[in-house]
Design a protein around this ligand. Structure first.
Ligand code: F6P
Length: 356
């Protein structure tokens, strides 16, 4: 177990971003630096390229102070520290094709920099790896959840999600989100979609067709469909989906509906751009709280947003719980259904039951 350093013994902390980039990361880093340097008079080292910065030699890092954050850093997309979503430190790919356990270098890197604690900003996969690395090395650690997918357990919001959703003003689109449909359902509701497909609820091709035909029949000459990338084709060959579910459905609907279908795959666009106000506020709340937790010796925990405020939760519980999926009977799905949006097979069953 990591020793918890007393706040007065802390002189220097590290901060890193890990996994895919998203909006609001610079806002978190800025909040960590402001709080740590101004309130506690700690030095802050920004570790470059996620865990890699501590694994590589020479070590990759920079000292961060307030002057680094003049201008628009709060609103700037990406991460000033760089990040990586490749390379498990416990099973690290070597140039000769073999794999090596690099975790010891990470721990030694932390010690060589004279760090007393580490704050890691990451999604579920990164927090899991960082939790293992820091436990192994007895490193005082606090996690901050970030991911456009919003699928980290035990927190209602992760930094980056709100901005990804607010980018969705397009009407027929495939959105990211990995195996969770948070982006799809939020973007779909916000954009007034007629059909929203997410990985959590299997869809029926007939359900989509029926919904779209009913719109056409009542004189609507356009339809909005938001489809999560993790949706699998129903009744189709999985291989048909190799270009993405959006293209797959575009083909199917084009053939079956006698309508012109256009598909837009938003892809990585959603991860860039300036963070929206909700992400900027979340980022600063999380960043300052994480620094306070280090000061208070509240370690092996993750900051989280629950019931309108910031709290902290046990990191091992987050890791154990795994991916946070869309609640299939939750408010968003019920609202979509109440509006007549087709969100997957359950709805069709209900409709069928109602009709019969
Ligand atoms: O986890 C964030 C995310 O953008 C997912 O929504 C998506 O499935 C994945 O990363 C894409 O990964 P990559 O950037 O490696 O293509």
């Amino acid at each position: 177990m990591p020793q918890s350093p007393s706040p007065s013994s802390i002189k220097r902390i590290g901060v890193l971003t890990s996994g895919g980039d998203c909006s609001g990361l610079n806002a978190v880093i800025r909040a960590v630096v402001f709080r740590a340097t101004q309130t506690y008079e700690w030095q802050v080292y920004g570790i470059h390229s996620g865990a890699l910065g501590l694994m590589e030699r020479p070590l990759m890092y920079e000292e961060l102070n307030l002057s680094r954050f003049q201008g628009h850093m709060l609103r700037t997309g990406g991460t000033m520290l760089g990040t990586t979503s490749k390379g498990d430190p416990f099973h690290y790919p070597m140039p000769d094709g073999s794999f090596k356990d690099h975790s010891g270098d990470f721990v030694r890197g932390f010690q060589e920099l004279g760090l007393d604690a580490l704050i890691g900003i990451g999604g579920d996969g990164s927090l899991n790896l960082l939790s293992q690395l820091t436990t192994q090395g007895g490193i005082a650690f606090v996690g901050i959840p970030k991911t456009i997918d919003n699928d980290v357990a035990l927190t209602e919001f992760a930094v980056g999600f709100a901005t990804a959703v607010s980018h969705n003003r397009v009407m027929i689109l495939e959105v990211m989100g990995r195996d969770a449909g948070h982006i799809a359902i939020s973007a779909g509701l916000a954009g007034g979609a007629d059909v929203i497909l997410l990985p959590e609820i299997p869809y029926l091709e007939e359900g989509v067709i029926t919904k779209l035909k009913s719109l056409i029949a009542r004189g609507q000459n356009h339809a909005l469909m938001v489809v999560a990338e993790g949706v699998e084709p129903t009744g189709g060959n999985k291989n048909d989906n190799r270009n993405g579910i959006g293209d797959y459905l575009g083909d199917v609907l084009g053939r079956r509906l006698d309508a012109v279908v256009r598909v837009t795959v938003l892809g990585h666009l959603q991860r860039g751009g300036a963070p929206c106000s909700q992400d900027r506020i979340l980022a600063q709340t999380f960043g300052t709280r994480a620094v306070d937790m280090v000061a208070e010796g509240k370690l092996d925990r993750m900051v989280a947003w629950r019931e309108r405020g910031v709290v902290d939760v046990a990191l091992d519980k987050v890791v154990r719980q795994g991916e946070r999926k869309v609640l299939t009977d939750g408010t968003y799905i019920r609202t979509a259904r109440a509006l007549g949006v087709y969100v997957g097979e359950d709805h069709m069953q209900t409709t069928a039951e109602r009709v019969s």
